[in-house]
Design a protein around this ligand. Structure first.
Ligand code: NAD
Length: 285
């Protein structure tokens, strides 16, 4: 159902890889709500994923961009303004990747070059994106910039590894830049802390199925899915949230306020799986 919440607005959506991607759902909802958008992802993701199908469906263009490259980001904002016919009203940062997680390096055995890449791709890219847009004066007054985060930024979660540090930095950038961009141009910057969601990036998290089940059992409203996350992002892009900025907003069915639920307690009493190595030591991933 459309409420025309984004009628006349122009947006840039980073991070749609395939149909499961949260960014994919946000792109579809944004257009349904009356926005015109551009899509962008890395050249590799454009080749490996199905973003071109989404572009065709939404009658838009994919602008290839590695979000760690200021040059590429500049191209995205210049080209998007050209294509959409004016300044941008909303931006979604839906980007995350950890080479340490991919290579199964545990948190007490990190490769530091890989850690730098994790931070650059998953967090510093958000700063680069905002700084680049601001220097180009590419965002309209009262524009809205949103990045996706996870509760592991603030609480320790087994297996989330160096992505936890990246998400902490991401949320901090939203606050630090939110102050400057808000004061100068009334642009708001927020992060949405989403439930675990079955996507390509999500499946890289250790024990994802169990994590999703635990999180679902802990949350009074259950896990929020990608479509519901898209709905929430739309409200943040709309004019209905013009005074919301510098926030990390939980979109998690209530998970982040819970300590223990009856459903999780019942499950726990049925048995727990231990992660131990051949010497009987617990593996802290
Ligand atoms: N899936 C979950 O459980 C979950 C939960 C909370 C938050 N998030 C966050 O949501 C966001 C989107 O992830 P998703 O779950 O939709 O998975 P996804 O794999 O569909 O999206 C991740 C995207 O990041 C892109 N990306 C990687 N490196 C890049 C780079 N250098 N430049 C530009 N783009 C790059 C990928 O190509 C991909 O499109 C991420 O920030 C993720 O951490 C996911």
């Amino acid at each position: 159902m459309s409420y025309n919440l984004l009628k006349g607005k122009r947006g840039v959506i980073f991070g749609a890889l395939n149909e499961m991607s949260i960014a994919w759902k946000v792109a579809e909802r944004a257009v349904e709500e009356g926005a015109v958008i551009t899509l962008t992802n890395t050249p590799m993701a454009v080749r490996m994923g199905t973003i071109n199908d989404l572009a065709e469906k939404l009658k838009t263009e994919v602008i290839p961009c590695d979000a760690t490259s200021v040059e590429d980001l500049t191209t995205v904002f210049e080209r998007s303004q050209e294509l959409l016919g004016g300044k941008i009203d909303f931006v979604l940062h839906s980007i995350g990747m950890s080479p340490n997680v991919r290579k199964k390096r545990t948190y007490d055995d990190l490769d530091y070059d890989m850690l730098s890449k994790t931070l650059d791709i998953s967090a510093v890219s958000f700063h680069k994106m905002i700084q680049c847009a601001k220097k180009l004066d590419a965002i309209n007054e009262y524009g809205s910039i949103v990045a996706l985060s996870y509760v592991a930024s603030q609480r320790t979660f087994f297996g989330y590894n160096d992505m936890a540090d990246a998400k902490s930095l991401l949320e901090s950038i939203a606050r630090s830049f939110g102050y400057i961009y808000g004061r100068e141009r009334n642009v708001r910057i927020n992060t949405v802390s989403q439930s675990p969601t079955q996507t390509t990036a999500g499946s890289g998290v250790k024990g994802m199925d169990h994590l999703m089940d635990f999180s679902d059992k802990m949350s009074p409203l259950g896990n929020a899915n990608a479509d519901e996350c898209a709905d929430y992002c739309i409200t943040l892009f709309s004019d209905l949230t013009r005074k919301v900025t510098m926030q990390n907003l939980f979109h998690d069915g209530g998970f982040s306020s819970m300590g223990m639920s009856l459903r999780a307690m019942n499950q726990y009493s049925k048995g727990i799986e231990e992660f131990i190595d051949e010497n009987g030591k617990i593996i802290y991933g």
